[in-house]
Design a protein around this ligand. Structure first.
Ligand SMILES: *Cc1c(COP(=O)(O)O)cnc(C)c1O
Length: 497
């Protein structure tokens, strides 16, 4: 039996809790993030793991972090999450193009990488509730600027013991994003447009979430809120799996020899995906460099270069909007680890970040970041990368993956390092069809996003994913639009309070 992993806050000494409790709570009471007290080492060799399926690999990895889940519980969560929702049995296939391996994390319900974690989180949560004698139904409340809302809806739809309510800015999401959400099936789902922007939605949700009166009333009716946001440890752990899986796959296919190092390249926003790669490395996967790719919002590039994290700068809107982030929340976990798991120090940095918008780490801490390489791609470079790769190889990538691909090319040029590299491919080219069409310089005026998808398919010979074709003709099931001041009323109505 492996040693139990306990979780505590990055910011304080509030004691340790079990994995299932950390998943239920999401964020620690002091505003910190839950971190494991040690990173467990893989029990099976990578050679043994090479003969396992994705689901079996998931079990090998997750059992080491979620030590208070039984084998039966964990396997139940895994088999319900990674099933025919994915359009390939491999779940996360690797495709070689132009000398690099693209780890395609976009074969789930919403054709982007957040599905990898959001398809299992609901099951981990419901199981956690049972284990901790929570009798209430879990109500997920989310504000979305487009993508995360749909991924959460798809994950929680029809999961017994849960309900999910998503608020989105009625005039602030793309037509496809809106269509994806308002056609969501599942009696436990509720999608509401608000007259206001994303910040209004977010502020409203926070207010409802922290209202003690409402919480009491809900408890009386058998409900309690929980959060599915990206800092939940239940989203981080499932992301470690595909880094272990991709190494094992390269081994199985004879692309590398046992023990060889690989590099990993990750298009980064909130720092969750690349942190998962860092955990995989610390579990014993031979990863040499962790290459962190940013778009024009290059706070992380500057951080790795100078040791100073500084959010005081203009916010740039790019063609990879989920990476338009000036505060990468999950970076706090890395800061905690490189300070020697020192919560007092971490709290100090986060205090500075909130007060001055910046902090500078010590030289000793910087010394622990030598495995990281930061790079960034401008908008122009991103578009060029899509076109060049497609013209050269016929392989089509989206704007997010292109940021990573571009940074990888820059890295190789700068260092001459030819280590076998895995590039995390985080979205299908059909998720951001218009940008990809623009990158390929196929002039198409006046066409809607579905027509553009047809065009892209014609040019690229890449089939349009079911996730896109199915919403084309789907019925609109959610029609409610409310004023931003009436969000709580809408929640009450849905819950019958
Ligand atoms: C969220 C997202 C990212 C960024 O991942 P982080 O874990 O936030 O760093 C990259 N690509 C896509 C498509 C995303 O949706």
């Amino acid at each position: 039996m492996a040693k139990e992993v306990l979780y505590s806050s990055t910011r304080g000494a509030l004691g340790s809790i079990h994995a299932s409790e950390a998943i239920l709570k999401g964020l620690a009471g002091d505003g910190g993030l839950y971190v494991p007290d040690h990173i467990p080492h893989l029990e099976k060799s990578l050679k043994e793991i090479a003969s396992l399926s994705y689901q079996e690999t998931a079990y090998e990895v997750m059992k080491l972090f979620l030590t208070d889940y039984t084998e039966e519980e964990l396997k139940y969560c895994i088999t319900h999450a990674y099933d025919s929702k994915f359009d390939t049995q491999e779940i996360a296939p690797l495709t070689e193009a132009d000398g690099a391996f693209y780890l395609e994390l976009y074969h789930g319900s919403t054709i982007a990488f957040k599905d990898m974690a959001l398809s299992i989180l609901p099951y981990l949560m419901v199981t956690a509730a049972k284990k901790n004698n929570v009798k209430n139904e879990i109500v997920i409340l989310t504000a979305t600027s487009g993508d995360t809302g749909k991924a959460a809806l798809a994950g929680f739809a029809d999961v017994p013991g849960t309900k999910i309510i998503v608020f989105y800015p009625k005039h602030g999401v793309s037509p496809i994003q809106e269509k994806q959400m308002v056609t969501q099936k599942g009696a436990n789902t509720c999608v509401i447009g608000i007259e206001g922007n994303f910040d209004d939605a977010q502020t409203g949700v926070k207010k409802i979430f922290t209202d003690p009166e409402l919480a009491k009333e809900m408890d009386g009716k058998g409900f309690q809120f929980s959060s599915a946001n990206s800092i939940n440890i239940g989203r981080l752990v499932p992301q470690i799996v595909y880094y272990v899986y991709s190494y094992a796959k390269l081994l199985k296919e004879g692309r590398i020899a046992d023990g060889d190092c690989i590099n990993v390249v990750v298009p980064t926003g909130n720092f969750g995906n690349i942190l998962a790669a860092y955990y995989a490395k610390n579990m014993g996967v031979p990863i040499s460099k962790l290459i962190c790719a940013s778009n024009s919002n290059k706070v992380l590039f500057d951080f790795f270069k100078t040791g100073e994290y500084d959010r005081n700068r203009d916010f740039v809107l790019t063609a990879s909007p989920s990476m338009d982030i000036l505060i990468s929340s999950n970076l706090e976990r890395l800061i905690y680890h490189i300070s020697g798991d020192n919560s007092a120090k971490d709290a100090e940095f986060m205090e500075k970040l909130s007060k001055d918008g910046k902090y500078e780490i010590t030289d000793e801490m910087r010394g622990k970041l030598t495995d990281f390489f930061g790079g960034y791609a401008s908008e122009e470079e991103t578009f060029e990368t899509i076109k060049n790769l497609f013209d050269k190889t016929g392989y089509l990538i989206d704007t997010y993956t292109a940021v990573a691909s571009c940074v990888y090319n820059k890295y190789v040029k700068e260092t001459g390092d030819k280590t076998v590299s895995v590039i995390a491919s985080t979205a299908s080219p059909y998720k951001f069809t218009r940008s990809v069409i623009n990158a390929l310089q196929i002039a198409e005026e006046g066409k809607d996003d579905f027509e553009l998808a047809d065009k892209l398919s014609e040019v690229s010979k890449v089939e349009i994913p079911e996730a896109v074709t199915s919403i084309r003709t789907a019925d609109v099931l959610h029609k409610t639009v409310v004023n931003k001041t009436e969000m709580e009323k809408a929640v009450r109505k849905f819950l019958g309070l």
